[in-house]
Design a protein around this ligand. Structure first.
Ligand SMILES: [Zn+2]
Length: 464
């Protein structure tokens, strides 16, 4: 049974689904005002791995991930550059999905935009006001945190500690608030700013109201899993949850947060510290799979330092897997290891997969799961070299496991019929000790651009 650390209860517990076999996930998406940074890349890859793995396990996953396309930072940039704000959000959104595509992150099943849900947000805020949990000031409408009995449950902090720590978003309107931790649900617009009508005055929704409305609207009450980066736990997720409690609605059943990306000094990398590290830079300088590999070899809850050294380690690890893939895909005829070369028709070794599942089901333990993959590669190589009958099933298991976490290995090389026939003939010639003929066939294959490797298990063809 798949178990996950729950940030709310702080224990690893089975991910009990609202409807067996169907998982609804809400992932806080980007605010589209600038290029994606490494922290964005980490969150999207971690949850892409989770999604792919659970789908591989046969679970039907619906992943809702929003686009925050109205926000103070967007308005600020639009004013600074004298451009329409929609210009900025459209451009940044296309840059975002382009980068995610390069990272091998699949598009969410639903991508709600905050500006499409303003009516529903106004309705929700109205309900909160009616219930006495929200009030208007001269600059907006605020949620009263004192109306939420367990405010701070997700942050695991007292109200005082939370006020000292803060998040990476300011709460506005300190002056008239009833409590310093009260946060804006609706912000009145200044002249010239984008705005929507509301009973309290024209304005725009607060960030925390967007996600609570879109998640409940699309996934319904008591949806399965809410996730995001650790920097979103407070105040953003605490405040989302506070609204659902104040509404009397049941919110996420399980909370999952991935660790920070830190710089060389161990400081959290975030836009508020001004040390933004651009994900596009990483993609321009490294194999796009290197970041996924690095994250797979790190536990998702641990902080991670992304630097030249550990990325180089990931590139090496990938090279090892690619070489293995090239070798195993080219495996032909001779001694029962043909399956691996025929598009994965071979059945993967069951014990190897059982162990993989055990590791992954334990709070997505990808570092140990990857160690298991590399161990299987070693065993498969040994089996291929010695002509052991277990080779094909081990090779198939490596491909299964890599596929389950979204790691694409090498380029799939189609071996044409002519080359395959020559490789089979080469093995036959060697078996008959006709070495002159074997050499001639080898030369022909090499002239055709193949790298020919001969082991006891048979001939392997690959491209350089
Ligand atoms: Zn959110």
């Amino acid at each position: 049974m798949f178990a996950l650390y729950d940030t709310l209860t702080r224990e690893i517990k089975p991910l009990a689904m609202r409807e067996e076999g169907k998982l609804g996930i809400y992932l806080c998406g980007p605010t589209v005002y600038g290029p994606p940074h490494l922290g964005h890349g980490r969150a999207t890859i971690v949850y892409d791995v989770l999604r792919r793995y659970l789908e591989w396990r046969g679970i039907d996953v619906r992943l809702v991930s929003n686009i925050t396309d109205i926000d103070d930072t967007i308005i600020e940039r639009a004013n600074r550059e004298g451009r329409p704000w929609q210009d900025i959000t459209h451009k940044c959104e296309s840059v975002w999905f382009d980068a995610m595509g390069r990272l091998g992150v699949r598009r969410p099943t639903d991508i709600p935009h905050a500006t499409e849900y303003v009516k529903q947000m106004v309705a929700m805020i109205g309900t909160l006001v009616e219930r006495g949990a929200a009030y208007a000031t001269s600059d907006g409408v605020y949620l009263s945190v004192e109306s939420v009995p367990d405010y701070g449950a997700l942050a695991h902090q007292s109200l005082d500690e939370m006020l000292a720590g803060g998040g990476d978003r300011e709460v506005l309107g300190a002056g008239e608030k009833r409590h310093p931790a009260d946060f804006a649900l609706w912000k009145f617009s200044k002249p010239g700013e984008p705005s929507w009508p509301s009973p309290w005055g024209d304005g725009r929704p607060g960030w925390h109201s967007e996600c609570v409305v879109m998640s409940l609207e699309l996934l319904g009450d008591g949806f399965d899993l809410h996730c995001g980066g650790a920097d979103l736990r407070f105040p953003h997720h605490e405040n989302e949850r506070a609204q659902s409690v104040a509404l009397g609605r049941s919110f996420a059943r399980h909370w999952m947060h991935n660790g920070f990306v830190v710089d060389a000094e161990g400081e959290k990398m975030s836009k508020s510290l001004g040390n933004v590290t651009n994900l596009l830079d990483l993609l321009d300088h490294y194999d796009a799979r290197a970041y996924r590999m690095l994250l797979l070899q790190t536990h998702y809850r641990s902080p991670i330092r992304v630097g030249r050294e550990n990325l180089a380690g990931s590139v090496n690890a990938l090279a090892g897997l690619d070489a293995f893939a090239a070798r195993s895909r080219g495996l032909v005829a001779a001694s029962g290891v043909e399956g691996a070369g025929n598009g994965g028709s071979e059945v993967a070794d069951a014990d190897t997969l059982v162990r993989f599942v055990e590791l992954m089901d334990n709070d997505l333990d990808t570092p140990n799961a990857m160690a298991h993959v590399f161990d299987t590669v070693r065993r498969a190589n040994t089996a291929v070299d010695s002509g052991d009958a277990s080779a094909a099933a081990l090779v198939a298991a490596v491909h299964e496991m890599c596929g389950a976490v979204g790691l694409k290995l090498g380029a799939i090389i189609a071996i044409d019929d002519d080359a395959r026939a020559k490789a089979v003939a080469l093995d036959a010639a060697r078996a008959a000790k006709d070495f002159a003929k074997a050499d001639a066939l080898r030369n022909e294959l090499q002239s055709a651009g193949w790298i020919v490797e001969t082991t006891k298990a048979g001939t392997t063809l690959r491209r350089a």
